[in-house]
Design a protein around this ligand. Structure first.
Ligand code: NDP
Ligand SMILES: O=C1O[C@H](COP(=O)(O)O)[C@@H](O)[C@H](O)[C@H]1O
Length: 499
């Protein structure tokens, strides 16, 4: 990442005693500090309900950094910039104290009134917090004020619209940074570069040469202790509405006229607008839902989703989604974008496979071997890189062909560990670059697409649940979704063939 020195900033984290702050936010800020990308004039002010002192909070940050960082040398100096306020966000009076502390830190560290408010809390608090930040004068400074909002941004279109309306009373759209951490991933950011910086791909990037595109984001873990949240969300809201559709938009958008935030966003919105809505009974044709049962993974017994804490024993919530997304525009008419995501699957992997159409006449065809299609695979995680699958002549065997792969692995070639998504996104927010955050128009369009699917699913109980085994690649029907169109899922990991 090209780092430039950032402006003095106060980073106020609501939910600073929570899991996200400890696992992602403190380590990311510390990395920025180590790289010199955080101005030495910075302060981090944590807010949580627990009645902790500054020292107790510093201890908490120390634990997080010691567990996550290789370089421990500068932890103590970083911690000197960390402070805490115990504060119930629904208690109006405590915002006055918060303002006093923020103003003091501003003066002590010469922060020039620049503030980032990071809401790492449950969404029901977002509106209350932003109302108070404005009403109680915390946003009334001479510097910039930015608001970072964690997912989920609403539960459906009406709730997201209401939330957006409330937040917009205190912050303008330009000040709002809605996090989608997939947009901070190195290889997701690379999609645009692969497409728009390579003469060999851009002319082929359309329905004349591409037969289908597959996006898989599979996880091996189950829902763990997040049952309460997940019961109201499911994989559709948790992964498809945001991460999966963002990847579709990046893959399908037209080349922007330049790389400015507004131009890129407007091209992404056009894709989301062009997605063919799927509703009512049609949903069963285009989308497949799954829920994992109990079973064995690596010979260890694992519980089914319905056995989890805070999960209804008859739950209708999906832990897996596969779908066929169609984009009705000139470039993509007729090309299915297949997406799938789920918990407790065979591998932890996020990959995009672009499958090119077969060549018009196969000179090398013989009855035993048909030619493999050309594939462009973008490896997003855990490995990061690109593989191009081609056909080449089999050495010393006349005209027989064999598949070959041209591979680029980001870590082995660039020789650096790519920064955590949160590190990149925090940096972008500090420098005021909102490109890799989602604009309200994108959120609105993706909810309106997803709501039609969830409406149908919520009105029809899926009698086959649980319908996939832990450690598999999802329910049988998700394979049929592709085979009905003459395609199949390409492997995303060694274990992918296991159904
Ligand atoms: N954890 C993760 O990996 C991810 C989380 N997110 C999102 O980030 C947000 C936070 O998640 P996570 O950290 O896991 O949640 P946690 O439950 O671990 O933490 C919640 C935080 O909110 C604070 N809090 C709760 N109620 C109040 C209140 N009334 N006043 C002040 N503080 C309060 C808690 O303080 P205290 O404990 O002191 O009461 C705690 O700091 C959620 O929106 C989640 O969806 C998104 C992606 C990944
Ligand atoms: O946003 C979320 O993402 C994670 C998966 O993120 P990844 O970076 O590990 O692929 C998912 O586990 C979680 O349920 C969801 O809320």
């Amino acid at each position: 990442m090209t780092q430039e020195k950032t402006q003095p900033t106060l980073i106020m984290i609501f939910g600073a005693t929570g899991d996200l702050a400890k696992r992602k936010l403190f380590p990311s800020l510390y990395q920025l500090y180590l790289k010199g990308s955080l101005s030495t004039n910075f302060a981090m002010l944590g807010v949580g309900r627990r009645e902790w002192s500054h020292d107790r909070f510093k201890e908490h940050v120390r634990e997080s950094l010691e567990a996550s960082s290789h370089s421990k040398e500068h932890i103590e100096t970083f911690i000197e910039h960390s402070f805490y306020q115990s504060h119930d966000v629904s208690d109006s009076d405590s915002y006055i104290q918060l303002k006093t502390l923020a103003d003091q830190l501003d003066e002590t560290f010469s922060l020039k009134g620049n503030r980032i408010f990071y809401l790492a809390m449950a969404p029901e608090f977002f509106g209350t917090i932003t109302d108070h930040l404005k009403q109680d004068g915390l946003t009334d400074t001479d510097g910039f004020c930015r608001l970072v909002i964690e997912k989920p941004f609403g539960h459906d279109l009406p709730s997201a619209s209401a939330l957006n309306k409330q937040i917009r009373q205190s912050f303008s759209e330009e000040q709002i940074y809605r996090i989608d951490h997939y947009l901070g991933k190195e290889m997701v950011q690379n999609i645009e570069v692969i497409r728009f910086a390579n003469a060999i791909f851009e002319p082929l990037w359309n329905n004349r040469f591409i037969s289908n595109i597959q996006i898989t984001s599979s996880e091996t873990l189950g829902v763990e202790e997040r049952g309460r949240y997940y019961e109201t969300s499911g994989a559709l809201r948790d992964m498809v509405q945001n991460h999966m559709l963002q990847m579709v938009a990046l893959l399908a958008m037209e080349p922007p006229i330049n790389l400015s935030t507004d131009e890129i966003r407007s091209e992404k919105v056009r894709v989301l607008r062009a997605m063919r809505p799927v509703e009512g009974k049609e949903v069963d044709e285009y989308f497949v839902r799954g829920q994992y049962g109990s079973g064995k993974v690596n010979n260890e017994p694992v519980d089914g989703y319905r056995d989890g804490e805070n999960v209804d024993s008859q739950s209708n919530t999906e832990t897996f989604v596969a779908g066929k997304v169609l984009i009705d525009n000139f470039r993509w008419a007729g090309v299915p974008f297949f997406i799938r995501t789920g918990k407790r699957m065979a591998v932890k992997s996020t990959k995009i496979v672009v499958q090119f159409k077969d060549i018009p006449m196969n000179l090398y065809y013989n009855k035993e071997h048909s030619l493999d299609p050309n594939l462009l695979v973008i490896h997003i995680q855990p490995d990061e890189g690109v593989t191009l699958h081609l056909n080449a002549k089999k050495t010393s065997e006349g005209v027989n062909t064999k598949p070959v792969k041209l591979s680029y692995s980001a870590s082995s070639i660039d020789g650096i560990n790519t920064p955590e998504a949160y590190e990149k996104l925090l940096y972008d927010c500090i420098v005021g670059d909102a490109t890799n955050f989602t604009h309200w128009d994108e959120v609105r369009k993706s909810w309106s697409y997803v709501d039609k699917i969830s409406d149908h699913w919520e009105s029809t109980k899926e009698e086959s649940f649980p319908n996939y085994a832990p450690g598999s690649m999802g329910p049988e029907r998700s394979f049929k979704l592709l085979s009905d169109d003459g395609f199949e899922w390409w492997a995303v990991g060694e274990l992918d063939n296991k159904k």
